[in-house]
Design a protein around this ligand. Structure first.
Ligand code: ADP
Length: 234
C-alpha cells in the first residue's frame, strides 16, 4: 500500500538546516493499522505529512499502490489526496455555521459527488456513534464527538489510507479511548488502512505495529537505530 525508500527531509539551508528525516525505509500493507511513535522532534509529523502528500521530501522514493507519488503534478496530488486519503488531526477543524452532517459531506462536494452523499454521511455518522447529532453545530457537541465527526468526514470518499496526527491529544481519557476503539473497529471490520502518529504509550494496544522513530531514523523501541533502517513487519 505504502512503500518508502531512503526518505530524507531537511528544513532550511546551510547553517540553519534541520535534518528531520535521515533515510526512512518503510512499508505499510493494505489493512494494517500502524502507529508512528518516538520522542518529540524525532520526525513523526514530518513523516506523516510527507506520506499524506501534505509536504515533499528532500530526496528518496515514495509509492502508494505502486504509483510514484513524487512524480505527480500539483493537480494530481490534490486529486489523489481527496480521492485516496483521509485526514484526522489533533484539532478537529470542523467548519462552524454548518451542521455535523454538512461538515461530513464537504470532501465529497470537493469531488463533485452529489448523489446519495447525505445518505452515506448519515450512515458514517451512525458508525461513529453520532446518529443523534446530525443537525447539531460543531460547537454544540463535545470534543470527542467533534473528533468522531472529523473521522466520519475523513472516510466520506472511501480513502485507501486514513492518516491521523495525534488524534487524541486534545481529548480526555474516556473520549480518547472511544476514538481509538473506533479506529480499531474501522480497521478490523472495514479493513481500513490507518497510519497514526501518537506519543501516548497506551495507544500501542490498539495497533498492529509500532514504527519507532529517533532522530529521523527508524529505531528500535529502546531508541537504538536499526542497522537496516527497516521497521519490523507485524
Ligand atoms: P515530531 O513530530 O516527532 O515531534 P517533527 O517532525 O515535528 O517531529 O520535527 C522533526 C524535526 O524537524 C525537529 O527538529 C523540528 O524542530 C524540525 N522541524 C519540523 N518542522 C519544521 C519546519 N517547518 N521548519 C524547520 N524545522 C522543522
Amino acid at each position: 500500500m505504502i512503500e518508502v525508500i531512503d526518505l530524507h527531509k531537511t528544513y532550511g539551508r546551510g547553517t540553519a538546516a534541520t535534518r528531520a528525516l535521515n533515510g526512512i525505509n518503510l512499508s505499510v500493507r493494505p489493512g494494517e493499522f500502524v502507529a508512528i511513535m518516538g520522542r518529540s522532534g524525532s520526525g513523526k509529523s514530518t513523516l506523516l505529512h510527507i506520506l499524506g502528500l501534505l509536504d515533499s521530501p528532500t530526496r528518496g522514493q515514495f509509492f502508494v499502490q505502486g504509483r510514484d507519488m513524487l512524480k505527480l503534478t500539483e493537480t494530481e496530488r490534490s486529486r489523489f489526496r481527496l480521492e485516496e486519503f483521509g485526514y484526522v488531526f489533533q484539532e478537529y477543524s470542523l467548519l462552524p455555521g454548518m451542521s455535523i452532517l454538512e461538515n461530513v459531506c464537504v470532501p465529497a462536494i470537493g469531488l463533485g459527488k452529489g448523489n446519495n452523499i447525505r445518505k452515506r454521511a448519515t450512515d458514517l455518522l451512525q458508525v461513529v456513534g453520532l446518529g443523534e447529532r446530525l443537525k447539531h453545530q460543531p460547537g454544540e457537541v463535545s470534543g470527542g464527538e467533534q473528533q468522531r465527526a472529523a473521522i466520519a468526514r475523513a472516510l466520506i470518499n472511501r480513502p485507501a489510507i486514513l492518516f491521523a496526527d495525534e488524534p487524541t491529544a486534545s481529548l480526555d481519557v474516556t473520549s480518547s479511548r472511544v476514538v481509538l476503539e473506533l479506529f480499531r473497529k474501522l480497521n478490523k471490520e472495514l479493513g481500513q488502512t490507518i497510519v497514526m502518529v501518537t506519543h501516548e504509550p497506551d495507544d500501542r494496544q490498539y495497533v498492529d505495529r509500532v514504527v519507532w522513530l529517533k532522530d529521523g531514523l527508524i529505531a528500535t523501541e529502546d531508541g537504538h537505530p536499526r542497522f537496516d533502517g527497516v521497521s519490523d513487519a507485524a
